[in-house]
Design a protein around this ligand. Structure first.
Ligand SMILES: [Ca+2]
Length: 444
């Protein structure tokens, strides 16, 4: 089996979406906050993490974006009333940051709510992110706030992210002089999340579940999964050694615990150990919708993959390969899908690939899915289309070998032509990829 990626592939790929950075939105005019009054607030009945969090509040102003050292403000019962003394012409003019000591967890879900009221129309941008990391956030939303209308913004059931120092930034712009703004009812609540509750809800109509693993037991099912064993250098100049469950000293390279499959990559002696698992390898699936909910590992050198190879079908690349999700830690959160076959493959630099920037791919769980019919292959990231590849219906195995059963694969490689194209950093070890579930549906 030959599965090759090189630097050329990476160089040819571009990020289709880059996270918006606050620092680039700068206007010319200056705006000031004044806190003039306070009103009361009511909170959700569930414990409001925001209410009890330690918070420091900072103000920044266009165009210099210097923090005002000691802004005059008062806070009572969580309501703030600000006066924007100067008119502004654009978004990203005046920013109020609430920097908290809150930490969030990828295994939970979160709700957020805020109310904004203004006596004149303006634009408010609301972003909940990790202090100091513009690229890691729950949401960034631009809200038109009408004159004397209460704007209530709410996000429910947000998948958790591993995040420290949760920060809320409010940015005001497009306002007239002496605009009074009230901010109230900030609520941030946490709840347990159990993905097995939506086990039977395929995103596509007329599909039924045919195979799945929720990883709810304490052992990895040997009827569902088999381990690949291989020495370092087996493919793609990768540095890891794949072992059958445990390293020579007995450390697990994979385990099922607390509802997730964990693939561990670590150094023992002079070797790096990791796992590559095959699902339903001798049977596979022909067509269907298959998805996995995965939290990717971090670190320069990682190369996690969620992909499929044919049960039988000859040598690579003619046999075909479907890469539902690949990422390398050196280009964090840049997730991609590819297909390889005789006509389109990596050695010829003709493989079909598509990339997306996935916010928090390494800090939270995201759903990476494949829709595969006799007419096309389409992959998704959290329901958003990634790669689309059509069967040309020429009956040519070189362009469409995807007419036979393929089986799913989960692995974490270390280094190699792609994962190590800028070197590896062993200080990232040990590391773990977590998989909440793998589910396969087929048309009824
Ligand atoms: Ca699970």
């Amino acid at each position: 089996m030959n599965h090759i990626k090189t630097l050329l592939c990476m160089m040819a790929c571009t990020l289709s979406i880059m996270a918006q950075s606050m620092s680039v939105h700068r206007g010319e005019e200056q705006t000031f906050f004044n806190i003039s009054e306070v009103d009361s607030i009511t909170f959700d009945p569930t414990p409001n993490l925001w209410q009890n969090a330690e918070k420091s509040i900072r103000f920044y102003y266009a165009p210099s974006w210097n923090q005002i050292a000691d802004p005059t403000y008062t806070e009572q019962n969580g309501t703030y009333t600000l006066t924007l003394t100067r008119a502004t012409s654009a978004q990203w003019q005046a920013q109020m940051h609430f920097i908290t000591n809150l930490a969030t967890d990828a295994h939970k879900n979160y709700n957020f709510r805020i109310k904004i009221r203004s006596d004149k129309a303006l634009t408010a941008t609301v972003k909940l992110y990790q202090d100091g990391n513009d690229n890691l956030y729950f949401f960034e939303e631009r809200l038109p706030v009408g004159a004397n209308e209460e704007c209530s913004f709410e996000r429910k059931d947000m998948p958790g992210l591993d995040m420290n120092r949760v920060c809320l930034v409010l940015d005001f712009g497009s306002n007239r002089a002496n605009t009074e703004v009230k901010i109230s009812s900030i609520s941030f609540t946490e709840k347990d999340y159990d993905s097995s509750l939506d086990l039977n809800s395929c995103p596509l109509p007329d599909y039924r579940l045919v195979w799945n693993d929720e990883f709810s037991s304490r052992t990895i099912s040997s009827t569902r999964w088999t381990y690949q064993t291989a020495d370092a250098g087996w493919v793609n100049h990768e540095l890891q050694t794949y072992v059958n469950g445990k390293s020579p000293k007995g450390t697990k390279v994979a385990e099922s615990s607390d509802g997730t499959l964990k693939i561990h990559t670590f150094k023992e002696g002079e070797k790096i150990y990791s796992a590559r698992l095959y699902g339903r390898k001798s049977v596979g699936f022909k067509y269907g919708y298959i998805e996995a909910r995965i939290k990717l590992p971090k670190g320069k050198g990682t190369w996690p993959a969620w992909w499929m190879m044919p049960v039988s079908g000859g040598g690579w690349p003619g046999c075909g390969e479907i890469d539902i999700m690949e990422e390398v830690g050196v280009d964090a959160n840049d997730v991609s899908s590819s297909i390889h076959c005789a006509a389109y493959n990596h050695p010829a630099n003709t493989q079909k690939t598509h990339h997306l920037y996935c916010v928090g791919a390494e800090e939270g769980f995201h759903v990476y899915a494949l829709e595969w019919t006799e007419d096309y292959i389409r992959t998704y990231v959290d329901g958003k289309e990634q790669l689309y590849f059509e069967n040309d219906h020429e009956g040519n195995n070189d362009t469409w070998p995807f007419n036979k059963a393929f089986y799913p694969i989960l692995n974490v490689a270390w280094g190699g032509d792609w994962g190590g194209y800028k070197g590896v950093d062993e200080s990232a070890l040990p590391l773990t990829m977590e998989v909440d579930y793998v589910r396969a549906w087929q048309k009824e």
